[in-house]
Write a protein that binds this ligand. Structure first.
Ligand code: FAD
Length: 318
């Protein structure tokens, strides 16, 4: 993903290949950086800063105890600058050094700006591909060090969010993982505050998912979903209670499965209906076209929702 247009009622997520995904809600879970094939070369020429600050120093001493040809590359965000004096001070064997700062900006000396898009070699790392403002560069190296600490201070998501609301490097969220923009949610390391960890990312992801579901459900049905066990509802339970609220007649039923599956479930009588469930005809229009009775149609649509065979699209203005 390279861009999110999040201000309108319908959000747009645009990919690097130009594909556009439109939805009522978007969850941003981009961590602290875009990852490519780091895994292929981890421990095979690619090293990362980890295990604490003292360990970063001893790790760097070990890496710099030999000379790397044609160079040692150190990759990070803007904050990789914190590591430059230490690296240069420890570089007693005179390895040619190149610092790659991920993001926009001007090159200077042995610092270039751009985005690392590939680590390559033949089982052992031989180089990296960096996309700069002007060109795609293939840079050969004997060793590469990825400074995760720098991304933790200043993330590099390579993604534009079209809004004035998010000026911090990390995304502000409330306990329900809502950002200040309705329909836009965020979870994990991309968000402000707390302690970065798998447990936090998973918990926040779960909360963001449920919140996005609540948000979209409310948009479609004008009521919040009952979320027993996740979010209690304080009300008197009656014998005629139904989970699903009445369907508004402007909802556009959209099949999530092959039409034949719906026909098999409902029988021949409903074959006309199965062909109209493409998200473009409203419940009102389906009723008008016949031959189904509104109550009967509602019951059938409810059954299909419960079986997760249909969803509803909305006509959104603007
Ligand atoms: C060196 C290190 C050691 C750690 N050790 C531990 C540990 O022992 N225990 C622990 O609990 N936590 C540890 N953590 C923290 C833990 O890894 C993170 O908190 C957790 O992975 C965050 O999960 P996430 O889903 O928010 O982000 P991530 O796991 O980083 O996932 C984000 C994903 O989004 C993708 N992405 C980013 N930008 C874009 C874009 N524009 N388009 C498409 N995709 C994009 C990335 O490629 C990535 O795949 C460690 C972190 C580091 C850096």
């Amino acid at each position: 993903m390279t861009e999110i247009k999040g201000e309108g009622e319908v959000k747009e997520v645009i990919t690097s290949r130009g594909r556009v995904f439109r939805s009522l809600a978007v969850i941003i879970a981009t961590g602290i950086k875009v990852l490519f094939n780091e895994r292929d070369y981890l421990g095979r020429g690619l090293e990362v800063t980890n295990m604490g600050y003292e360990s970063i120093v001893s790790h760097l001493k070990k890496v710099l105890s030999k000379r790397w040809e044609p160079r040692l590359v150190i990759i990070g965000s803007e904050k990789v600058k914190n590591l430059i004096p230490l690296t240069q001070g420890l570089n007693r064997n005179g390895s040619p050094l190149l610092f790659v700062i991920e993001g926009e900006g001007e090159d200077s000396g042995n610092v270039i700006r751009g985005w690392v898009e590939r680590y390559w070699g033949n089982g052992t790392l031989r180089g990296i591909t960096v996309k700069t403002k002007k060109e795609v560069k293939k840079i050969r190296c004997g060793k590469a060090l990825l400074d995760f600490n720098s991304y933790e201070l200043s993330p590099a998501w390579r993604m534009a969010i079209e809004t004035d609301e998010m000026d911090s490097s990390f995304i502000q969220v409330n306990p329900d993982m809502e950002t200040s923009i309705p329909g836009l949610f965020a979870a994990g390391d991309a968000t402000c505050g707390g302690y970065n960890s798998f447990a936090r990312a998973v918990a926040q992801g779960m909360a963001a998912g449920l919140s996005a579901y609540r948000y979209v459900y409310h948009k479609k049905f004008g009521a919040y979903p009952p979320l027993f066990a996740y979010r209690p509802t304080d009300f008197t339970l009656r014998s005629n209670f139904r989970e699903l609220p009445p369907f508004q007649k402007d909802l556009l039923p959209k099949s999530l499965v092959d039409a034949r599956k719906i026909e098999t479930l409902l029988g021949k009588k409903w074959s006309i209906l199965s062909r109209t469930l493409h998200g473009k005809i409203s419940i009102e229009e389906i009723t008008k076209r016949g031959p189904y009775h509104p109550e009967e149609l509602r019951e059938v649509l409810e059954r299909l929702v419960e079986k997760k065979m249909i969803t509803f699209h909305l006509e959104v203005k603007g």
